[in-house]
Design a protein around this ligand. Structure first.
Ligand SMILES: [Zn+2]
Length: 507
C-alpha cells in the first residue's frame, strides 16, 4: 500500500512532462489560482455590494471593480466607450397612483381591474376603438390599423401579436405596440388581460417602479400624457360591442405617473489577437454582473438576519470566470481578438446585453462567437453544463477544455426551462452570432438548485472553491480554443438562428 503514492506521483510526473513537451500545460489558464478566483467571488458577492441591483450603488461598485481588473491586465478601451464603460440609459417608471376608465357604465379602477403603467391624463371623454392586436408587420402583410381612425381616441387591443400569444411574445411586443398606437395619434393603448397568468400576480409584479431601456419608453419621453396599460375585463360583451360598433364612449383619467433617468454600465475591454489577419475577428465573452438587490426587491423570501441577495452563483461565479479568462488570455493572447463584456440589467430582462447588441462598439459581423457564462447554480461539481451544446460546432473544443481540468460536459440541462433563451447569449444569437451559455454543473432543477437560485441563501460561504477554480480554468481554456481555432463556429443546419447568421455574415 505504501508504494502506491510513489508510483502515483511518478505517473503524475510522467504525464506532466509529456504534456508539457507538447506545450499543452504551459497555457496560463493552468495557473489560474483558487485564491484569486475566491477573492473575486467573495468581493462581488459580498454584503457590501447589496445584491448588485441595476441602478443601485452596489451594481456601480461591481462595475468599477471589473473595470479595475481590465486596467490591471491592460485591456484596450474600445472606441465609443467611456473608459471601460458603456453607459446604458434606463428609465425608471412608477405607475400612476390613481387612474380610472369608464366604458359605457362600467368603471375600471387602478390597482383593482385596471393597471395603467404610464401616462398622466386629465379626465378625457373620447371614443374607444378596438384594433385587434394593434400590430403592424409589413413582411407578413399585417396592419391592424388599416381603415381605422384612432386619432384622439383610446385604442383597445388583444395581448401578443397575430403570430404569438405566449408570455414572451406578449412582453416583447409591448413596446412596439405602444409606439405604433402613438404614431397613429391615439391618446392611449390598453391591452385586454387574457393571459393564463393570474391577474393578481401581474398586478403585484408591474404595479411598482420598474426599469426599462430608455429607447423602449420613447413614448413617455416625447409624450408623457400617452396612457398605456392593461384592463381585466368584467364583461366580455363590452369589448365585443366595441369590436362591432366602433362607437363605444369612454372616459379616462390618470395621475401620479412619474419617471426618472437611471444609468448603469456595461463594462467592456478588448484584447488584441496575435494573428495579423485573424485579429480582425472577435470572440465575445459575456457574463452579467447584476443581481436582484435586497429585501422585497429580491422577489423571494428573506429574513431580518439575511435580506441580501448576494448572487454568489448568479452570477458572481460567471463574472469571476470572465475575470479568470481575462487573466489567462491577457498573459498569452490567442490568435483572434477577444472582447470582454460584463453586462448589467440581466435580471430585469437581459437589458444590458440587448443594449450592447443594438449599439455594438465592435461591428457585430466581425464578432464570430458569443461565449456567455451564467447559471442557476450547480448540483454536480463533476460537470460544466453547456446550454446550446450541439448547435454551433464547438462541442469538441468545449469538451476538450472541460476534460483537461477533470470536468465532464452535461449537455443542455432542464430543456423544459428553455434556458438558452433566458440568458444574455440570446441577445447575440438573435442577430445570428453563434453562442452558448457555459454554466456550472446543473443536471436538473432539484432541491440543491432551488435552495440557492434567486434566494438570500446564495452566499459566498456556500461555494465550493475547488470547483470554482476548475470552472474558471475550463471557461478560459474554452475561450482560448475557440479564439485559436482554424474554423469559425457556425450554427448547425436547421437551427432557429441559422438564417440570422447567414444574413449577418453574408454566407
Ligand atoms: Zn444569471
Amino acid at each position: 500500500m505504501k508504494r502506491l503514492p510513489l508510483l502515483a506521483s511518478c505517473l503524475a510526473f510522467f504525464c506532466f512532462t509529456t504534456a508539457q513537451a507538447q506545450g499543452e500545460q504551459q497555457a496560463p489558464e493552468f495557473n489560474i489560482s483558487k485564491a484569486d478566483m475566491e477573492a473575486h467571488l467573495r468581493f462581488l458577492a459580498s454584503d457590501a455590494l447589496e445584491g448588485r441591483r441595476t441602478g443601485e450603488m452596489g451594481n456601480d461598485i461591481a462595475a468599477a471593480y471589473i473595470a479595475s481588473q481590465y486596467a490591471t491586465y491592460g485591456l484596450k478601451q474600445v472606441e465609443g466607450a467611456n473608459g471601460y464603460y458603456q453607459p446604458v440609459p434606463f428609465e425608471a417608471i412608477t405607475p400612476p397612483v390613481a387612474a380610472s376608465i369608464k366604458i359605457n357604465d362600467e368603471t375600471y379602477q387602478q390597482g383593482e381591474n385596471l393597471l395603467v403603467m404610464t401616462g398622466n391624463l386629465d379626465l378625457t371623454k373620447t371614443k374607444a376603438v378596438f384594433a385587434n392586436y394593434g400590430w403592424m408587420d409589413e413582411e407578413a402583410g399585417t396592419n391592424d390599423y388599416k381603415g381605422l381612425d384612432v386619432k384622439g381616441k383610446l385604442v383597445f387591443v388583444l395581448p401578443g401579436t397575430p403570430e404569438g400569444k405566449d408570455p414572451l411574445t406578449v412582453f416583447n411586443s409591448m413596446s412596439k405596440k405602444r409606439k405604433l398606437a402613438k404614431e397613429q395619434g391615439a391618446i392611449g393603448l390598453i391591452e385586454l388581460y387574457r393571459l393564463q397568468f393570474p391577474w393578481q400576480f401581474f398586478l403585484s409584479y408591474f404595479n411598482k417602479e420598474s426599469l426599462n431601456l430608455s429607447d423602449d419608453m420613447e413614448t413617455t419621453k416625447s409624450n408623457p400624457n400617452f396612457v398605456y396599460g392593461w384592463i381585466k375585463e368584467e364583461n366580455k360583451e363590452t369589448f365585443n360591442d366595441m369590436k362591432e360598433s366602433k362607437k363605444t364612449k369612454v372616459e379616462i383619467s390618470s395621475e401620479g405617473f412619474s419617471r426618472r433617468s437611471v444609468y448603469s454600465n456595461n463594462v467592456i475591454g478588448m484584447l488584441e489577437g496575435t494573428d495579423p489577419e485573424l485579429k480582425e475577428e472577435y470572440l465575445l465573452i459575456t457574463a452579467h454582473f447584476d443581481h436582484v438587490g435586497t429585501g422585497k426587491n429580491g422577489g423571494s423570501p428573506y429574513t431580518p438576519e439575511d435580506s441580501i441577495f448576494n448572487g454568489a452563483r448568479d452570477n458572481a461565479m460567471g463574472t469571476t470566470a470572465l475575470l479568470g479568462a481575462l487573466q489567462a488570455l491577457a498573459e498569452q493572447p490567442p490568435k483572434r481578438s477577444v472582447i470582454f463584456l460584463a453586462v448589467t440589467g440581466e435580471e430585469i430582462g437581459l437589458l444590458g446585453s440587448q443594449y450592447y447588441a443594438e449599439n455594438p462598439l465592435i461591428p457585430m459581423e466581425q464578432t464570430i462567437f458569443n461565449l456567455n457564462t451564467d447559471g442557476a447554480g450547480y448540483n454536480d461539481p463533476s460537470y460544466v453544463s453547456i446550454v446550446g451544446f450541439g448547435r454551433t460546432g464547438t462541442d469538441g473544443l468545449v469538451e476538450a477544455a472541460a476534460n483537461i481540468f477533470g470536468l465532464d460536459v452535461f449537455p443542455n440541462p432542464a430543456p423544459e426551462q428553455n434556458l438558452f433563451d433566458r440568458s444574455d447569449n440570446v441577445s447575440f444569437a438573435k442577430l445570428g452570432v453563434p453562442a452558448l451559455c457555459f454554466s456550472p454543473g446543473l443536471t436538473s432543477f432539484d432541491e440543491e438548485i432551488s435552495t440557492y437560485y434567486h434566494q438570500a441563501a446564495d452566499d459566498p460561504d456556500t461555494i465550493d472553491f475547488d470547483y470554482l477554480q476548475k470552472f474558471c480554468q475550463a471557461l478560459a481554456r474554452t475561450a482560448r480554443l475557440i479564439a485559436d481555432d482554424e474554423e469559425r463556429p457556425f450554427w448547425m443546419e436547421g437551427d432557429k438562428y441559422e438564417e440570422a447568421g447567414k444574413q449577418l455574415y453574408n454566407r
